[in-house]
Design a binder for this molecule. Structure first.
Ligand code: ATP
Length: 452
């Protein structure tokens, strides 16, 4: 029986228990809503990034990669509108001394009575909202003077816009073409929380797609569909995804159209990824502020400022969605198991190699040589520690799709057992054919057994 909804607490506790994600700075008492990724968390992140990079760049001819700096010229953030307008409304409670986002009181808890929202008890004493800029400030160079002020980037997009001319000239592109980048962004969120969903330091994956102005609506629709398909391709259930188009009052100042791809998180439907039609706002503003013309000039002399379609997401929100979607508990025989039904191409470990008896030299040597062969191409794990049932359950909990067990029969006929994480089916195959079998298995279409 599939577990249909899972609490965030269960996800947090599994992540910690199996070393995906740890609360950061724990030995110093922690730093609220900041996390460190452990071994399996890093492998999961790397796989998600690789799948995004494939879909955005390697499988296409029209998008190139970029890795821009975190600290940019401060004028960049004036041009982009962030210095003036990247703010959230903040209220303080004079009673409990906590701070809240005025537009998210419904999602916050009163400091004295966590079962109530701020403002709901007679003791709550909230100030009027005031605007709070979410950019982290820093100083560049050894002197902390006004001219040395800089910011940690709150999005990766601006690094792309300021490189528009470089890419246009050096990569010799003409619209429609895109520039994609993956990198850390920083936002001093007033109320971070819900595990990785809202954090102050996160890794964004953004792509700016430059198009002729007349084609912007078509490409905007195209990218909503493409991104939705990507989530389905990597196993998220259709029933847990929806597209919500912003009304005019909700859109950012630059936006001519914005849609959120939402996922049904344990906190309810919330933004997983945003797709925005940014028009010519960014290139026009950077032209104005830098005095460098950011436009496309065609071979026959036509010139225009391309419009921009932007799909933007953080790895953190994808990770939470994938964990929630994959999480399952079931009783097998008499035993309960927790299993992460990850898509095989995002699972941190693709296969486990398990010699049935750790002390049997014959088994160990066969298992080790299979492990050495597979690890050249895949993320595989060798485990000879404990009873085989416990080893299977450890792999289930980190979402390993297949386990190869080397037993006594292997010594006589050179076959191994492969166990499937989802169906629990076991079959025997020649040890020499395992590598090929694994390649084929990864090529096959995969669908979650949890249904649509
Ligand atoms: P929200 O309304 O949830 O604050 P946003 O609309 O400000 O998000 P964008 O500026 O569109 O978010 O950022 C693009 C993407 O970056 C979001 O869709 C989300 O995936 C991710 N993101 C934004 N803020 C955070 C955060 N604090 N923690 C984790 N991911 C984030």
């Amino acid at each position: 029986m599939a577990v249909d909804t899972v609490s965030m607490d269960k996800i947090v506790s599994l992540c910690r228990r199996r070393g995906f994600v740890f609360p950061s700075s724990e030995i110093y008492g922690g730093l609220g809503s900041t996390y460190d990724y452990g071994h399996y968390g890093v492998l999961l992140k790397n796989n998600i990034k690789a799948r995004w990079f494939e879909a955005m760049i390697l499988e296409r001819d029209d998008i190139v990669a970029l890795d821009s700096a975190v600290i940019l010229h401060p004028r960049v953030w004036e041009a982009s509108g962030h210095v003036e307008g990247f703010t959230d409304p903040l209220v303080d409670c004079r009673t409990c001394k906590l701070r809240f986002r005025a537009d998210k009181l419904e999602d916050s808890q009163c400091g004295r009575k966590p079962s109530k929202h701020p403002g709901e008890t007679p003791e709550c004493d909230l100030t009027e909202p005031r605007q709070f800029n979410l950019m982290f400030e820093t100083t560049v160079g050894p002197v902390q003077e006004e001219g040395a002020k800089a910011y940690l980037r709150p999005e990766t997009a601006q690094g792309i816009f300021i490189n528009f001319k470089n890419v246009l000239q050096i990569a010799r592109r003409r619209p429609p073409f895109g520039i994609a980048q993956i990198g850390k962004s920083f936002r001093n969120e007033i109320t971070p929380g819900n595990f990785l969903f809202r954090v102050r330091e996160f890794e964004q994956m953004e792509m700016e797609y430059f198009v002729p102005p007349a084609e912007s609506e078509r490409w905007y629709r195209y990218w909503i569909d493409e991104r939705l398909d990507w989530y389905l391709r990597y196993g998220l259930r259709r029933s847990r995804l929806r597209v919500r188009e912003h009304g005019p009052e909700e859109r950012s100042h630059y936006s001519q159209g914005t849609s959120d791809i939402e996922y049904l998180y344990p906190i309810g439907w919330s933004e997983l990824e945003g797709v925005a039609n940014r028009g010519d706002f960014d290139l026009t503003r950077h032209t104005e502020f830098s005095t460098t013309k950011l436009e496309y000039v065609g071979p026959d002399g036509e010139r225009y400022v391309p419009h921009v379609i932007e799909p933007a997401v953080s790895l953190e929100r994808i990770i939470v969605a994938m964990l929630v979607d994959a999480y399952d508990e079931e009783v097998v025989g008499e035993r309960e198991r927790t299993v992460l039904r990850f898509h095989p191409e995002v699972a941190p470990v693709t296969a486990a190699i398990l010699p049935l008896i750790a002390k049997d030299e014959g088994l160990v040597s066969k298992a080790r040589s299979l492990y050495e062969e597979l690890r050249k191409r895949q993320s595989v794990e060798y485990d000879d520690n404990g009873a085989i049932g416990r080893r299977y359950r450890r792999q289930d909990e980190i979402g390993t799709p297949w386990a190869f067990t080397i037993d006594e029969q292997t010594l006589s006929d050179d076959t191994v057992t492969v166990r499937d994480r989802d169906s629990l089916a076991q079959e025997r195959l020649p040890i020499g054919g395992v590598r090929r079998w694994l390649d084929d298995a990864l090529e096959r279409d995969w669908k979650t057994p949890k249904g649509d």
